[in-house]
Design a protein around this ligand. Structure first.
Ligand SMILES: Cc1cc2nc3c(=O)[nH]c(=O)nc-3n(C[C@H](O)[C@H](O)[C@H](O)COP(=O)(O)O)c2cc1C
Length: 154
């Protein structure tokens, strides 16, 4: 079994939905065990025992939210079993595309250099501050999950 932990933050529920769809995609692959948690409720000791960690945040002012930044910093201080990581964000589009994703990847690289990216981050568009997720975006989440699971099994 390859164990994958998905941690997200959300204000309006869109990033949670993205996280759930990613998990749905991963569960299509045999031999993958998944766990999912809001960053505010996450059990760090449990995360430390997983093989891969996925981290998702809404884009707030061109970057991830504070809870996610803190989570990454805390992971950096743990003795992690994980070797693999991937990130995702939700954003309004325009010039914000992938901004939170890129900043999360940079922070992970600085704070937890031994974690390697499984795949480039996924950036999902919402139609307004509180959503909904733009048509055609949700299938990308499931595909992302499946791709990551396949990669981890390879
Ligand atoms: C305080 C705040 C700042 C935001 N700043 C940006 C931004 O700089 N760029 C952007 O594309 N969206 C921005 N948004 C929109 C969020 O990306 C959107 O609310 C989020 O993707 C919805 O996800 P959630 O339902 O998981 O909270 C902002 C939203 C809030 C509440």
């Amino acid at each position: 079994m390859v164990k994958v932990f998905v941690v997200y933050d959300t204000k309006y529920g869109n990033t949670k939905l993205v996280a759930e769809k990613i998990v749905e995609g991963m569960r299509e692959v045999e031999g993958i065990e998944t766990a999912i948690s809001d960053v505010e409720e996450v059990d760090l000791e449990k995360v430390a025992d997983y093989d891969a960690i996925l981290i998702g945040s809404p884009n707030h002012v061109g970057g991830p939210v504070r809870g996610i930044k803190k989570f990454i910093d805390k992971l950096g201080k743990l003795d992690l079993k994980a070797r693999w990581v991937a990130v995702f964000d939700t954003q309004l589009g325009g010039n914000q595309f992938e901004k939170a994703v890129k900043k999360m990847e940079k922070r992970i690289n600085e704070k937890i250099p031994r974690l390697k990216l499984i795949a480039p981050g996924l950036s999902i568009k919402v139609g307004g501050m509180s959503g909904p997720i733009v048509d055609g975006e949700l299938p990308k989440c499931k595909e992302f999950g499946k791709k990551i699971a396949d990669q981890l099994k390879a």
